[in-house]
Design a protein around this ligand. Structure first.
Ligand SMILES: NC(=O)c1ccc[n+]([C@@H]2O[C@H](COP(=O)([O-])OP(=O)(O)OC[C@H]3O[C@@H](n4cnc5c(N)ncnc54)[C@H](O)[C@@H]3O)[C@@H](O)[C@H]2O)c1
Length: 248
């Protein structure tokens, strides 16, 4: 119950799926949690079930909103120890089908959203220290034709994490930055995405039946570990959590 006592943790996209599980598990280990999301109704509902949690409406693609969310965190808590850049979405297109508009939206929400979160959170964390945890995907390691823009966005997140970790070390900031690359986990995003694909693709149908094998809490437990001082030597890492699927 005390692995995260005294720590303040912010989870983006915390209204659903992996983010909601992260928020719950971080709080169970003693963190004071801020849940942020564009979905205020669902975000308020998730926060209401977590003792002491606060919900803030927040579009991660908007820099002004990052600045005001983190200012509110500073005023209310005086610190930020853990940032989980989790907000995201997926849509399907190959490179040939991909519209520029939708490509940019993937990069705005996931790549720019993660960049902005890291940039502005470092200012709050750099004296006392902190742990930044960015959620990428095994898509960053694979060649999945149907999720071109998502792959681009998630690949950039993994690359940025290494640069951020080294920058913080170079500056002497006690901030770690790690990247989690989940395989398929059972969340509303995955079930919706695989259902859409299943119409045309029998492999996807098989995956849909197997998706229950990865639970949001499986990623949440790794988030708790990376948030805690138990992982103090893990920095700039890319941690795959997919029960070995990617290496097959
Ligand atoms: N579920 C998986 O199998 C899986 C696998 C690999 C990576 N991921 C990644 O994990 C993260 C969470 O996915 P999930 O499966 O829990 O999805 P989800 O759809 O259940 O939750 C995503 C949340 O992000 C929020 N969101 C979307 N755009 C936002 C924005 N602009 N600003 C703030 N919030 C926004 C949504 O409202 C939603 O609450 C995503 O980044 C996703 O790409 C998930």
């Amino acid at each position: 119950m005390s692995r995260l006592n005294g720590k303040v943790a912010l989870v983006t996209g915390g209204a659903s799926g992996l983010g909601a599980a992260d928020a719950r598990l971080l709080a169970e280990q003693g963190a004071r949690v801020i849940v942020t999301d564009i979905d205020s109704e669902q975000g308020e509902a998730v926060a209401a079930q977590i003792p002491g949690a606060l919900f803030l409406a927040h579009d991660v693609a908007d820099e002004a909103q990052w600045i005001s969310v983190l200012e509110e965190v500073r005023q209310r808590f005086g610190r930020l120890d853990v940032l989980v850049n989790n907000a995201g979405f997926v849509s399907f297109s190959t490179v040939e089908e991909q519209s520029l508009e939708q490509f940019r939206r993937h990069l705005q929400v996931m790549t720019e959203g993660t960049f902005l979160g890291c940039k502005h959170a470092i200012a709050l964390m750099k004296e006392r220290g902190g742990s930044i945890i960015n959620i990428s995907s095994v898509a960053a390691l694979k060649g999945i034709a149907e999720v071109f823009a998502y792959t681009a966005a998630k690949g950039a997140i993994a690359a940025m994490g290494r640069s951020i970790a080294v920058h913080c070390q170079n500056q002497g900031y006690p901030i770690r930055c790690n990247t989690i690359l989940p395989g398929a986990h059972d969340t509303p995003m995955t079930v919706k995405a695989l259902s859409e694909l299943a119409g045309a693709d029998t492999d996807a149908l098989t995956q849909l039946h197997e998706v229950g094998q990865g639970r949001p809490e499986d990623v949440g437990n790794l988030v708790v570990f990376l948030a805690s001082d138990e992982s103090r030597q893990i920095n700039g890492a890319q941690l795959v959590i997919d029960n070995g699927e990617t290496i097959k």
